[in-house]
Ligand binder design. Structure first.
Ligand code: ATP
Ligand code: MG
Length: 266
């Protein structure tokens, strides 16, 4: 059987066990394909359409920046693309698996160790130390030397001296870096980061950006980043702007200007 045929067969599998059986890195083309995603929510008596018929494909190893005004739906979109939230309509295919055909456990199994997520509000567990927070994803995807791996990640984000601090004992920027370390600790294939430098000064933000792109280049990690930071957006392969529930390409020649991005930012 050709590897293509075998890949097609794997892509067609639908049950949760099959997800666990798919080896890392088997699907090399599109890591993610969103087909006509919509997200509607009800707020009181009103129905709000946040995303409408949105389609997107992201190839393995690509880096994609998503820009857009506050309230445009960027965090909502990232949650959908990572399979953390479910669309009202449309289909998301992650690593070759249609998520609508998996239950919550199946989606979690698909993500475990392969998807990292840096939340806009960090979502660190308040009763756990920085080290314990970073170790959490390793519990779903166990490997040898967990404590050392987590400690090395804290070192890489400049928090080697803060391993035993609780989140409330850390500054916003420090918490953000713990969240970055937690997203990368499993050596994931795909990382989503929601404004990963939003709370950092330019120097520290620059170091985190360098780290993201070092991993993108060395380990082929696919990056999907929401950002208002033009230094970060400029380094991505592709920039997209979310507007009125849809994504549009940002033309390459306007990407480097702060004004063009800030215009869409607030
Ligand atoms: N569960 C919900 N119920 C009602 N409204 C919601 C819900 N989730 C999101 N929204 C609304 O959808 C819109 C998009 O929210 P979202 O957090 O995705 O925006 P964003 O682009 O990430 O904004 P920011 O740049 O400020 O982080 C907002 O107006 C928000 O109030
Ligand atoms: Mg947001």
């Amino acid at each position: 059987m050709s590897s293509e045929a075998s890949q097609g067969e794997r892509q067609a599998t639908t049950d949760n066990q099959a997800v666990a059986d798919v080896p890392r890195g088997t699907v090399r083309q599109a890591v993610l394909h969103a087909d006509k995603l919509s997200k509607k929510v009800t707020s009181g008596e009103r129905s709000l359409t946040i995303l409408h018929d949105l389609s997107l494909s992201v190839a393995a190893g690509e880096s994609v920046a998503i820009l857009g005004k506050s309230g445009a739906g960027k965090s909502t979109l990232l949650g959908l693309l990572a399979g953390l939230d479910t669309p009202s309509d449309g289909e998301l295919t992650l690593f070759g698996h249609a998520l609508s055909r998996l239950d919550e456990d199946g989606r979690a199994a698909l993500r475990a160790g392969r998807v990292g997520f840096v939340f806009q509000n960090f979502q660190l567990l308040p009763t756990l130390s920085a080290l314990e927070n970073v170790m959490l994803p390793l519990e779903l995807s166990p490997r040898a030397g967990e404590t050392q791996t987590a400690a090395q990640w804290l070192e890489r984000v400049g928090l080697g001296e803060r391993v035993n601090h609780l989140p409330k004992q850390l500054s916003g920027g420090e918490q953000q870096r713990v969240a970055v370390a937690r997203a990368f600790v499993t050596d994931p294939e795909l990382v989503f980061a929601d404004e990963p430098t939003g709370n950092l000064d330019p120097d520290t933000g620059g170091q985190v950006i360098d780290l993201l792109f070092q991993l993108n280049h060395e380990a082929g990690t696919t990056l999907i980043l929401v950002t208002h930071d033009h230094a970060l957006a400029r380094r991505c392969d592709r920039c997209l702007r979310l507007d009125h529930g849809k994504l549009e390409a940002v033309l390459e020649n306007i990407v480097p200007t702060a004004a063009s991005i800030d215009e869409g930012a607030q």
